[in-house]
Each structure stands twice: as C-alpha cells, then as structure tokens.
Design a protein. Structure first.
Length: 101
C-alpha cells in the first residue's frame, strides 16, 4: 500500500476543494507566525516553560499560543519576540488575488 505525504494530500485537497483552499489561505498568516515562534524557541533550545518565564507568563499560555488555540494580541507577540531576542515586524504586501476586500 502506497501512502501519500502530507504535502501531496494538502495540495490535492486545496486543488479539489475551493472552500478548503479559501480557509487555508485565511489561516495562513496565523500559522506562519506560530511556526516562526516555535522555530525561534527551538533554535534557542528553550522549553515552553523557559519562554514563559522570560515573558512573565505561564507555560499554559505558550502552549495555547503555539497550538493555535489562542488569538494573541500584538503586544503578546512583541513580548514573545523580545523574549526570544528578536524584533517583530509586520508587513503589508500586495494580494496575489488582485481583488479588494
């Protein structure tokens, strides 16, 4: 039995189901931020508890942030970035769709 990789399944679903593709694109920025946060934490070999201590919050808060269960405020993301020795930048770029909201 041949198994498909996650990337193959994702691409198939996105190409076959416009509603799934739309929701995927809507959520993309949130999950990109989460991935960057986790990657930066791992680069510094920090646990969630250690990051939480640096931020003055709880490990549970970091867990919810990294799992996508919470929708963090901008100041929370800035605190996380600084706790990781980073700056947070936000950039507005042209939409690939060319349409206005």
């Amino acid at each position: 039995m041949k198994y498909e990789t996650h990337d193959v399944v994702r691409e198939r679903l996105l190409s076959e189901h416009p509603a799934i593709r739309e929701e995927y694109e809507r959520l993309r920025p949130r999950y990109e931020v989460i991935a960057k946060l986790i990657s930066a934490r791992h680069e510094l070999n920090l646990t969630q508890a250690q990051l939480a201590e640096r931020m003055g919050t709880t490990q549970n808060t970091i867990s919810r942030l990294e799992s996508g269960e919470s929708n963090p405020r901008l100041d929370t993301l800035v605190r996380a970035a600084h706790a990781l020795g980073r700056d947070l930048t936000i950039e507005f770029v042209e939409s690939g769709s060319g349409s206005n909201p």
